[in-house]
Design a protein around this ligand. Structure first.
Ligand code: ASP
Length: 321
């Protein structure tokens, strides 16, 4: 009997508990709960893991609380450049888009690449043309802008920081509970369906104040997203450059396959040892072919949640200690 399950994340980072108002925390918890419940229902109705992660990430993109789709961060040049990827553990097929600013839901474009293109990764204008040819909804780039993100960019510009420089001194004045100057807000989902198939999807606006043209780990299968029915499905959030160098998502699966590690051991090793050793931070959500779930992160917090079919929805933000 397969333990069908979905797990999601809404980014990891430096959490300032004191900045988290009760009202704000409720909004995050509710959003996470609703999105997990929606993925859980797709799985309970016999839907595929691929459909469950697509819809969960689409909903996360639509929610302005998270840095993907609407609510995406600004580049240094004041634009938006969104990245997304998706992978099917059953076939090892994947699709991805990078540096797009007109596709309302980058994860749907990534899914269309997976299903309808011989290619795997499209960038920029070509990605937008492909998405348009597939009938995807297009928006003006300022659709993604929110006043909160514009403020973040102003702060980052003033302090001459990029979000990668998250060890900087600057303290946010906003009430964003994850200090936006030290936060990774990528979103992602992993799932195991009733047929034993695994899938993963990840989507992001990238890092506030990143240089135009910079691409992180999110649209790179193996780095920010990976799924194989032989091992596990993984979706990452954190210092993209480090996740790319380590092929972090694939490394979790590889350690399970080649070294016989459990999902918990493999993901702990990557997140708590290998990423920090290269100066990176962040976390991931992962599920293996038996339905075990791991949600490790090395930052102060990570928006996260999961639910088994027939079980309760569990959401959390802070470190459990
Ligand atoms: N990993 C993403 C990137 O480097 C950032 C994030 O996780 O928020 O673009």
């Amino acid at each position: 009997m397969v333990k069908a399950v979905i797990a999601i994340h809404g980014g990891a980072g430096a959490i300032t508990r004191s900045a988290m108002s009760v009202e704000k925390e409720q909004r995050y918890r509710l959003a996470l709960k609703e999105i997990v419940a929606c993925g859980q229902k797709i799985l309970a109705d016999g839907g595929s893991a691929l459909d469950a992660v697509t819809e969960a990430v689409r909903l996360l993109e639509e929610c302005p609380l998270f840095n993907a789709g609407k609510g995406a961060v600004f580049t240094h040049q004041g634009t938006h450049e969104l990245d997304a990827s998706i992978m099917d553990g059953r076939t090892l097929e994947a699709g991805a888009v990078a540096g797009v600013s007109r596709i309302r839901n980058p994860v749907l474009a990534a899914r269309a690449v997976l299903e309808h293109s011989p290619h795997l990764l499209f960038i920029g204008a070509g990605a937008e043309q492909f998405a348009a040819s597939q009938g995807m909804e297009q928006v003006e780039p300022d659709f993604f802008s929110t006043p909160e993100r514009r403020e973040q960019l102003q702060r980052a510009l003033q302090s001459q920081q990029t979000l990668l420089d998250h060890d900087g001194e600057a303290q946010s004045q906003s009430d964003d509970p994850l200090d936006p100057d030290r936060k990774f807000g990528t979103v992602g989902a992993v799932a195991l369906d009733l047929n034993g198939n695994l899938a993963a999807a990840t989507s992001t606006g990238g890092m506030t104040n990143k240089q135009a043209g910079r691409v992180g780990d999110t649209p790179l299968p193996g780095a920010g997203c990976y799924a194989s029915n032989e091992s596990a499905a993984i979706s990452c959030t954190g210092t993209g450059e480090v996740f790319i160098r380590l092929l972090a998502a694939y490394d979790v699966a590889a350690q399970m396959t080649y070294a016989g590690l459990s999902l918990a051991e493999a993901s702990r090793k990557v997140v708590q040892e290998k990423i920090p050793a290269l100066g990176g931070s962040g976390g991931l959500v992962a599920v293996d072919k038996q339905g075990n779930v791991a949600l490790p992160f090395n930052s102060e917090g990570m928006y996260r949640g999961y639910a088994y079919v027939g079980g309760d929805v569990d959401v959390a933000i802070y470190r459990e200690s």
